[in-house]
Design a protein around this ligand. Structure first.
Ligand code: CRM
Length: 164
């Protein structure tokens, strides 16, 4: 039996040429957010999205992502998809649960209301190590996988689907 491999199987030959992609990212947990944004941009570029067609904007924290994504999509009607990136790490209060829940629901709503794909680039991690590993910069010999790669591929796939 084939071994189970966790994760998404990307579509082959994704072509992002001509697509315009918005990235909105947080400045909270920036040392983890930065490599995620980098991985996202590198993947978009290698799939044919030009540098001029990648708009990058930042906001304070994850809670701001839905509002900012909504407003930036309104201000830039030529954008084909939005990737909203942030990293939530559980602390000792209930803040994490409230922010994670409202951010994810908010981003889903922005996508459905705007008719533009919004990719959930928000990690909701129980430990710092989980976050590092999902940004491809894991410690203690476990580099992990940069989820920005998957988010870029999802954005291109959904943008192309939306153009049909
Ligand atoms: C984040 O991206 N943001 C976090 N924030 C900030 C929050 C928002 C402010 C202003 O509206 O509320 O920017 O998204 C947090 O407040 C916390 C909780 C910190 C604590 O007290 O445990 N965490 C994050 C976070 O992990 N990531």
């Amino acid at each position: 039996m084939a071994e189970f491999e966790k994760g998404v199987v990307p579509r082959k030959d994704l072509n992002g040429a001509g697509l315009r992609i918005l990235i909105v990212h947080t400045r909270w947990n920036l040392s983890i957010v930065d490599p995620l944004v980098k991985g996202t941009i590198e993947t978009l570029r290698s799939a044919g999205v030009t540098a001029e067609n990648i708009l990058v904007r930042d906001v304070p924290g994850a809670f701001e992502l839905p509002f900012a994504s909504q407003q930036l999509l309104r201000q830039h009607p030529d954008v084909d998809a939005c990737i909203s990136i942030g990293v939530l790490i559980k602390g000792s209060t209930m803040h994490f649960e409230y922010i994670a829940d409202s951010t994810c629901h908010g981003l889903m709503r922005v996508g459905l209301d705007s008719g533009k794909p919004v990719v959930l680039g928000v990690l909701t991690c129980l430990t710092e190590d989980q976050a590092f590993e999902r940004a491809g910069i894991g410690r203690q010999g476990h580099a992990g996988h940069n989820h920005g790669i998957d988010w870029a591929q999802a954005a291109i796939e959904m943008a192309l689907l939306n153009k049909k």
